[in-house]
Design a protein around this ligand. Structure first.
Ligand code: NDP
Ligand code: MG
Length: 396
């Protein structure tokens, strides 16, 4: 039998990280954990080290490293402790690593994810913000290094499964008319518009179908998540924004569809559980057990579809505009959204102000070309500055 693949899990303490470790633990003959990273939940990270026995563990700073080393010693473990972004990049690119799960949330994941790409790894991409903020450079790095990029986002994983196995960029070449990106509509799909001023972070994070980290839960409520996914789909599948149509499908059973020119529409279905796309990408092109229960269509009963309401979900319109403008527009949109969501979670702004802040920030700066990573981070920083100023004027 071949040697187990060695996996680095960036963002191991998060929702995707834990689901990944759950799948890995079901297949000790196939996978072995090489490295784990965490950020604020270091006790949980230590417990994961005890369970999965990685060779390396990455923490944010020196104080965290001291704590982790003491914890590892007490548990009789000898893992190497690395620190900060440099440590993350190191465990992502380590020559002995076969695959990297990129599951850090937000722009903080960009450099480590790119490090894995540049090292030519199999990269399981959950961290959509990394691709949204640096799309052209990211995909160029994938081409240059020959990395295998596999989508974890359930919609993109579904699309990947519905495309021909030998898909290479160019939807038209394989007879695809459109990508149909499904969206649940989140917790506020039917909330009266006037009540949206009052909704709380707890309500925004209570997603009807998926259990996820807090940032992506708010993005799902505002449908900025679908907007980021539209941009993500354009990069992953070489699509133009108008070739990606958003379909609200509240049951979250169909995870997305591909519409072919002959009238065939292929859909990928399953229970809403991220272990399915994770297991799919980990074992691709084979299939392994993910621990997800079989889909019970009789219990699901019906599948509903409706068009998204852009009045209710202005973030979707803003993301589509950014996708069409390209260049620095998605980078600015993503950064402004990260600041807005954090401010909403801290109760400094109300829910509808998320879209207002983003619209004001992106309309303040001209769209510029991003020809290097420094330019990406400069646009990201500028958007955060503008969002910070907006917050000082309008926030609590
Ligand atoms: P979580 O908030 O649950 O986890 C985020 C992870 O990133 C945690 O391990 C966290 O560490 C770590 N982290 C946070 N900030 C930093 C930082 N500044 N530097 C380094 N590490 C950091 O998020 P999710 O797991 O829900 O999402 C992760 C990514 O996957 C996101 O990009 C999201 O959009 C994407 N995704 C998630 C889905 C889901 O179902 N959850 C579905 C599709 C995509 P700690 O917890 O220790 O602070
Ligand atoms: Mg998704």
């Amino acid at each position: 039998m071949s040697k187990p693949q060695r996996i680095t899990v960036l963002g191991a303490t998060g929702s995707i990280g834990l689901s990944t470790l759950d799948v890995i633990a079901r297949h000790p003959d196939r996978y072995q954990v090489f490295a784990l990273s965490g950020f604020s939940r270091l006790d949980e990270l230590l417990a994961l080290c005890v369970k999965h026995r990685p060779q390396c563990v990455v923490v944010p700073d020196a104080a965290g490293a001291q704590r982790m080393q003491a914890g590892l010693r007490a548990a009789g473990l000898a893992a190497e402790v690395l620190v900060g972004e440099e440590g993350l990049c190191q465990v992502a690119a380590d020559p002995s690593v076969d695959a990297v799960m990129a599951a850090i949330v937000g722009a903080a994941g960009l450099r480590p994810t790119l490090a894995a790409v540049e090292a030519g790894k199999k990269v399981l991409l959950a961290n959509k913000e990394a691709l949204v903020m640096s799309g052209a450079l990211f995909m160029e790095a994938v081409r240059r290094s020959g990395a295998l990029l596999l989508p974890i986002d359930s919609e993109h994983n579904a699309i990947f499964q519905c495309l021909p196995r030998d898909f290479s960029p160019g939807l038209g070449r394989v007879g695809v008319r459109r990508i149909l990106l499904t969206a649940s509509g989140g917790p506020f799909r039917e909330t009266p518009l006037a009540q949206l001023e009052q909704v709380t972070p707890e309500q925004a994070c209570a997603h009807p179908n998926w259990s996820m980290g807090r940032k992506i839960s708010v993005d799902s409520a505002s449908m900025m998540n679908k907007g980021l996914e539209l941009i993500e789909a354009c990069w992953l599948f070489d699509a133009r924004p108008h070739q990606v149509e958003v379909v609200v499908h509240r049951q979250s059973v169909i995870h997305s569809m591909v519409d072919y020119v002959d009238g065939s529409v292929l859909a990928q279905m399953g229970n809403p559980d991220m272990r399915t796309p994770i297991a799919h990408a980990l074992s691709w092109p084979e299939r392994i057990d993910s621990g997800v229960a079989p889909l019970d269509l009789f219990a699901v009963g019906r599948l509903d579809f409706e068009a998204p309401d852009e009045l209710r979900f202005p973030c979707l319109r803003l993301a589509r505009q950014a996708a069409e403008a390209g260049n620095s527009a998605p980078t600015m949109l993503n950064a402004a959204n990260e600041v807005a969501v954090a401010a909403f979670l801290e109760r400094r702004i109300r829910y509808p102000e998320i879209a207002r802040m983003i619209e004001d920030v992106v309309s303040l700066e001209p769209v510029v070309a991003l020809d290097a990573l420094d330019a990406v981070f400069a646009a990201d920083t500028r958007a955060r500055e503008l969002a910070g100023q907006w917050l000082n004027r309008h926030g609590r």
